[in-house]
Design a protein around this ligand. Structure first.
Ligand code: GAL
Length: 673
């Protein structure tokens, strides 16, 4: 069994990407001194260093990395060592220009940035295997080595290549997946628009076409591209496992749906020894702390609930958005500790020392351009001390209240062209339902639609356009056995090949929901609908409406306007021991709260009305005890009720009754008992 915690790391992970090759070695001495001052426990090194480690094919220079690892070890700092395979050196590309990836439009990218890799290219694979082998042979037994960090953020910036090698590789993948070309024709529905193939050799990647291409082909290409990246990861991982046993292997994920859409993290979570994640705040006007919580919950979920590590976030602003605000005082600590509350075993950053040159020189860092006399540095040092006082939480697990179903394959299928409305966005629904649950102070686990859901009193399906028959049976059984299910519109429409389920919408969910949807009726931009229901409540829908025909379900809210006036908008169906809700329009935050309130009653989840808005309360429990995290994102001081006495770990004070959480601060109470 491979190791699942960083070797020799006895505290929470705290540190960052360390790229000392950008600095003279004299600066390294200052770096390690400052790392000690800040309480750094681990750094990630070597991620982009291939050109230095192998300056010419077959000529290696490991001297600087030897000195670096020795220096870090001498200062008690553990190392997450990168395989530098995300940026092959220029000599490699000049020898193998076909290793540069090609877009769907046939444009070949040039060297000079990062991540320009054709994942099917056999020369790339051989060179990556070689440098990984050399590193593993040299450093497997180095005392500083805690963990291997393969590549960097697979899927970003190039998620798929459309070159001839990829075309050949895609054909092999299709042959393995389908066996015969007839099976491909059937799955892709090539009878439509005369797209029939008579041999695998005729099939190409979904390159640019005059109008919409075959959707099932496009969906399979996303699966193929993801699987190909995973082949490359496995190749490196297996070398490391063989040559460096006992040292866990990871690759940094980017689970935030706004940051990477090309990776099926359910599949990747099973491949790594430790799940690690990178997360950056997207400042698009939404509540960044809610998006952060969602990404952290998704990360924990792909880790199967096990502890994971936040490998990168930012101390302050980033540099790749149109406008990059600095973080407010205290925000970095709130961000870091929110990840920890949701299962991260530490908080790491991109990067340790802010670069003077290169594309990321305006990205914040732990040691800013302004040096140690700065607010950022003072907050970094404070955070190091806070994390140190939380060491005991290692190994504990975050407790969730409800499950939200998510599936990357469904998202990919949903985002193909020519859908009933371009205003319906699966990610937007996932975000909106998540936010409504967050505002009810419920902690969310994400789950795959075919996963065992029996542990959850409430399961929410924000948008699962693609849903297999097996998933439909899973949800039906879940309700029959006493669960409460909430399903939002345009779910359960197609099977795994993007073929519409037979027998009417929503295919495998009709029985559990007790209804059929006869027709979709998306709204025009800006149009809204009134929806009236219990106690005279009036909700607002937009984007979508449907002609719902109940078959066992009761109507709870009814459309008051539009083409669907007088018909069911929100329904409830008792089945077996449980209840299934269906909502056929896009409700706003108020409407979602009303719906989830009713569903939570069915699920017997007591409202948490005693918790203030924007005060996040999350629990981690395990052998070492039970810990309550209270994070006050609001501008007002707050009080959080405690169910037991305890010790507040950041201040060392005793806590009982109502815990004071001043505006903008975090409190972590270890409950007695
Ligand atoms: C990450 C990447 C880092 C750095 C960072 C900047 O996606 O892994 O190398 O570029 O973004 O925010």
């Amino acid at each position: 069994m491979p190791e699942t915690t960083p070797k020799g790391l006895a505290r929470l992970a705290f540190g960052g990407d360390y790229n000392p090759e950008q600095w003279p070695e004299s600066v390294w001495q200052e770096d390690v001194r400052l790392m000690r001052e800040a309480g750094v426990t681990m750094v990630s090194a070597g991620i982009f260093s291939w050109a230095l480690l192998e300056p010419e094919r077959g000529r290696y220079d490991f001297g600087w990395l030897d000195r670096l690892l020795d220096l870090l070890h001498a200062h008690g700092i553990r190392v997450d060592l990168g395989t530098p395979t995300v940026v092959p050196p220029v000599w490699f590309y000049r020898e193998h220009p076909e290793a540069l990836p090609v877009t769907a439009d046939g444009v070949r990218y040039e060297f000079g940035s990062r991540g320009a890799i054709c994942p099917s290219n056999t020369d790339y694979r051989a060179a990556a295997a070689n440098i990984t082998t050399r590193l593993a042979e040299r450093y497997a037994d180095h005392p500083a080595l805690a963990m291997w960090h393969v590549h960097n953020e697979y899927g970003v910036p190039v998620s798929a290549c459309y070159c001839d090698s990829c075309a050949a590789h895609f054909r092999r993948w299709l042959e393995t997946t389908y066996g015969t070309v007839e099976a491909v024709n059937e799955a892709w529905g090539t009878a439509f628009w005369g797209q029939r193939y008579t041999g695998f050799a005729q099939i190409n990647p979904p390159r640019t076409t005059p109008t919409v291409g075959n959707p099932a082909q496009a969906l399979d290409y996303r699966r193929f591209a993801d699987a190909t990246l995973r082949e490359n990861f496995r190749m490196e991982r297996d070398i490391l496992h063989r040559l460096s046993p006992g040292v866990p292997v990871t690759t940094n994920f980017m689970t935030a749906l706004s940051q990477c859409d090309s990776i099926d993290y359910w599949a990747w979570g099973r491949e790594v020894d430790i799940v690690t994640n990178d997360h950056y705040l997207i400042t698009d006007g939404r509540r960044t702390h809610v998006n952060l919580a969602m990404a952290a919950d998704l990360t924990r979920s792909v880790a199967g609930g096990a502890p994971w590590i936040l490998l990168e976030h930012s101390t302050s602003g980033v540099n790749w958005q149109p406008r990059n605000p600095a973080k407010a005082p205290g925000q970095m600590a709130r961000n870091s500790l929110a990840h920890v509350a949701r299962g991260s075993e530490g908080a790491m950053f991109f990067q340790w020392r802010q670069s003077r040159r290169g594309a990321e020189k305006f990205h914040s860092a732990m040691v800013p351009h302004g040096g140690t006399g700065t607010r950022v540095w003072r907050e970094v040092v404070e955070l190091g001390a806070s994390l140190d006082s939380l060491s005991a939480i290692r190994g504990t697990r975050t407790q969730a209240d409800v499950a939200v179903l998510w599936d990357w394959h469904s998202w990919w299928a949903q985002n193909l062209d020519w859908r009933p409305s371009e205003d319906h966005d699966a990610r937007e629904r996932a975000d909106a339902f998540y936010e409504a649950l967050y505002d009810r102070h419920l902690t969310v686990d994400f789950a795959h639609p075919e996963a065992d859901l029996s542990a959850y009193p409430l399961v929410v399906v924000p948008a699962l356009y693609l849903l297999t028959e097996a998933a439909g049976r899973n949800l039906t059984q879940y309700v029959e056995n006493g669960g409460t299910l909430v399903v939002s519109y345009f779910s359960g429409i197609v099977d795994e090949h993007d073929a519409v389920h037979e027998g009417g919408y929503p295919g495998p969910l009709r029985d559990v929901l007790g209804l059929t949807v006869e027709e979709f009726s998306p709204l025009l931009k800006g149009d809204t609908l009134r929806v009236t229901g219990p106690g005279g409540t009036e909700l607002t829908g937009d984007v979508w409406s449907e002609f719902v025909v109940p078959d066992g379900a009761e109507t709870v809210w009814t459309y008051a306007d539009g083409l669907t006036a007088g018909r069911p908008a929100v329904t409830r169906h008792r089945l077996g021991e449980g209840t299934a809700w269906y909502v056929s329009t896009r409700l706003d935050a108020h409407g979602l709260d009303a719906l989830l309130g009713r569903a939570a009653e069915d699920a017997r989840i007591a409202p948490r009305a005693d918790l203030p808005h924007d005060v996040e309360v999350v629990r981690r429990t395990g052998e070492s005890g039970s810990y309550l995290f209270a994070i006050n994102h609001s501008p007002s001081d707050a009080k959080v009720p405690l169910e037991a006495h305890g010790t507040e770990l950041l201040t060392g004070e005793r806590a009982a009754g109502r815990l004071a959480v001043p505006a903008g601060t975090v409190r972590v109470v270890r409950l007695d008992g």
